[in-house]
Design a protein around this ligand. Structure first.
Ligand SMILES: Nc1nc2c(c(=O)[nH]1)N[C@H]1C(S)=C(S)[C@@H](COP(=O)(O)OP(=O)(O)OC[C@H]3O[C@@H](n4cnc5c(N)ncnc54)[C@H](O)[C@@H]3O)O[C@H]1N2
Ligand code: MOO
Length: 394
């Protein structure tokens, strides 16, 4: 059995970065922008008032009086130039008139006709947003998976079309005679297919376009048919049928269809029967059927494959282990690296990690309560509470 790192290297060798495509800004959320975006203008493009009030010159004191000689609104600059003892009525977002050095908020002013008088206790803030204080033309937003907050920034940089990586198409195929879809009525020996839903959500969050294909039954014909439906995908993911049982036919069928296997079985718990290879133009990842195994393998292999297909940099592809303090004693491990479902807490800002007592790879209730995978190396001895260990956030 190969190690997790070796298996990941094989998986990543199966994908190549996808080409760029421009998308309208409003549709760019969740897409990966592989090149930095470059601002085409300063923001704000002019010194602007940050408040509703009066623009004046100098540093007036309580009781000082000014004559209001103009008005500036957002989108409506006042073209005049302020002199000493002159004020311009001004509103938030309006360009600051020439000659003005400060905005007095209107609450700090008594107005009588065209005269304003500064009240006692007026605040000292200039209430001016200098030109370019947010960003300057030529400033960049670095390559990233675009999130909602990034979109407003791209908009104010005046980027209407965003070059993003094409989404990798991930086809997900659940396999097994025992499976029915949620909402269907299972027979007495059937269960509800669960794996595909978490896999789909994870893959979409990572930037993929997901197709949920029909459940394939444990026959050569059914698997052949459904795998055929996935032939235009970039990554084909199967769950189940990966082990050694008489009905575990995925590898056999895929190989008949021409799959070149990269590996089968890894020294990982859960996830031992993981398989990967190339099928036509697609990378194929055969996940184990046990629900938790399929999800843990998706975190460790599918998501990195999606990130690699999106063109993310090397250091952003694999999940990065983090340190935590073990909150309770745990026993020795066997010959496979164990990714234990665990819960994180914080004491004085230091993460503490507690593995769940039950680690059976069928337990979705435990997975749903977990927020971390405690990584226990293969052939590791017992570990005591207080020792530093590694984990992956979920
Ligand atoms: N003799 C051996 N038996 C098994 C071994 C082994 O090494 N020798 N490995 C075990 C391990 S570890 C795993 S993991 C499982 C994986 O087997 P398969 O990938 O062939 O998965 P299935 O047998 O099809 O299913 C396993 C289990 O998961 C349920 N399942 C499958 N798909 C779904 C789904 N989409 N949603 C919900 N549940 C699903 C299925 O009903 C089974 O209960 O093999 C062990 N056996
Ligand atoms: O490796 Mo299996 O995935 O332990 O349950």
């Amino acid at each position: 059995m190969i190690s997790v790192d070796e298996a990941l290297a094989h998986c990543l060798a199966l994908v190549t970065p996808l080409p760029l495509e421009p998308v309208p800004l409003a549709q760019s959320c969740g897409r990966y922008m592989p090149q930095p975006a470059i601002a085409t203008r300063d923001q704000p493009p002019f010194a602007a008032s940050a408040m509703d009030g009066y623009a004046v010159q100098g540093d007036p004191m309580a009781g000082d009086r000014f004559t209001v000689v103009g008005e500036a609104g957002a989108g409506h600059a006042w073209q005049g130039t302020l002199g000493p003892l002159q004020a311009a009525r001004i509103f938030t977002g309006a360009p600051l008139p020439a000659g003005a050095t400060r905005v007095i908020i209107q609450e700090d002013v008594a107005r009588d006709g065209d005269l304003i008088t500064i009240k006692d206790g007026a605040d000292a803030g200039p209430h001016i947003r200098p030109a370019g204080q947010d960003f300057r033309a030529g400033d960049t937003l670095s390559a990233r998976l675009l999130r909602p907050n990034d979109l407003a920034l791209l908009a104010s940089m005046n980027i209407a079309m965003v070059p993003v990586s094409r989404r990798p198409v991930v086809a997900i195929i659940a396999t097994g005679d025992e499976l029915v879809m949620p909402g269907d009525t299972p027979g007495p020996d059937q269960i509800i297919a669960s794996n595909s839903f978490t896999l789909k959500a994870l893959a979409e969050e990572a930037g993929a376009e997901v197709r949920l294909l029909p459940i394939a039954r444990d026959t050569m014909d059914s698997l052949t048919y459904v795998l055929g439906l996935a032939s235009d995908a970039d990554i084909i993911v199967t769950t189940g049928g990966a082990s050694v049982g008489d009905h575990d036919l995925v590898a056999q069928v895929a190989e008949r269809l021409g799959m070149q296997r990269a590996f089968w079985k890894i020294a990982m718990r859960p996830g031992k029967p993981l398989m990967a290879g190339r099928l036509g133009n697609a990378a194929m990842l055969g996940l184990p059927g046990n629900p938790v195994s399929s999800v843990v393998c998706a975190h460790l292999f599918l998501l990195p494959m999606i990130r690699a297909a999106l063109g993310m940099p090397q250091d952003a592809i694999a999940p990065q282990p983090r340190p935590a303090v073990l909150a309770q004693d745990t026993g020795p491990t066997g010959p496979r690296t164990h990714y234990m479902r665990a819960r994180l807490t914080h004491t004085d800002g230091v993460p503490q990690i507690t593995p769940f007592d039950r680690q059976d790879s069928s337990l979705l209730s435990i997975l749903s309560s977990a927020d971390a995978l405690l990584i226990r190396p293969a052939d590791d001895g017992a570990r005591r509470a207080g020792e530093t260990v590694s984990y992956l956030p979920l």
